[in-house]
Design a protein around this ligand. Structure first.
Ligand code: URA
Length: 233
């Protein structure tokens, strides 16, 4: 791929804007030699204003999403993309969230520009466990774990029952819930279906991958070993 397209696709600007970077001599190799728009150079050898290029296509990241931040490119208010380098929202292919977490849910959120990988993670066939820590407004009654595990629980306006899910109760209003699918507002709607209300929700794990020390608002790129961990819960 020509350099101008490669750099524009990483969100450095429109092709026209990136052409100007070349004209101004701001695109160089590692030794500072000026590069030209038609050059074909290894990604790791390219510098813009002396800085290495952003990660190439095939980028997957883990973000510790705080509460109050939306999984969207253009909603009002704070967006998950505001926590990433600004260029990341302008990449082509798009860096998409892998499913969503509600605005008021915190925890592990994956983003990827790899459509195949995205589908492998969210596919109902993969049944990758997603682990949620839940704080409730009311004491648990005691029958919730059985209902969630039954494979028969229907949510309002849904046509098929939920897959069995595992609930572990830690205290009357505190529990861990493991899901193997991802329906809209699923955790909140499950507890509403058993007469309770979720006060606080946090996702601690997707597949075999946890937050591994990421603080709220922090992110890191995932490598091949992380992806193996993700698919080997
Ligand atoms: N279930 C919910 O209700 N909200 C989330 O953000 C994720 C799962």
């Amino acid at each position: 791929m020509k350099l101008v397209k490669l750099i524009a696709n990483l969100g450095y600007g429109s092709r026209k804007q990136v052409q100007w970077l070349f004209r101004e001599g701001r695109v160089t190799d590692a030794e500072g030699e000026v590069l030209y728009a038609d050059d074909q150079v290894a990604h790791e050898a390219i510098r813009v204003d002396g800085e290495p290029l952003d990660a190439p296509v095939g980028l997957t990241i883990a973000l510790h999403k705080p509460r109050g931040v939306t999984c969207s490119t253009k909603d009002k208010g704070r967006l998950v993309y505001d926590l990433l380098p600004p260029r990341y929202r302008d990449r082509d292919p798009v860096l998409s969230t892998v499913g969503r977490l509600d605005r008021d849910t915190s925890g592990l959120l994956l983003l990827t520009d790899d459509g195949g990988l995205l589908h492998r993670i969210i596919s109902p066939k993969a049944k990758l466990p997603k682990v949620y820590e839940v704080e409730l407004a009311e004491d648990l009654r005691g029958d919730e774990a059985g209902q969630f595990a039954s494979g028969a629980l229907m949510l309002e306006a849904e046509k098929t029952p939920l897959l069995p899910a595992e609930l572990t109760v830690h205290a009357p209003r505190s529990a861990t819930l493991v899901l193997h699918e991802g329906r809209y507002h699923q955790v909140r709607r499950m507890f509403a279906a058993v007469g309770n209300h979720v006060d606080a929700l946090h996702r601690s794990r997707v597949g075999g991958l946890g937050l591994q020390g990421l603080e709220e608002g922090q992110w890191r790129p995932l490598d091949a070993t992380d992806l193996d961990t993700l698919f080997a819960p």
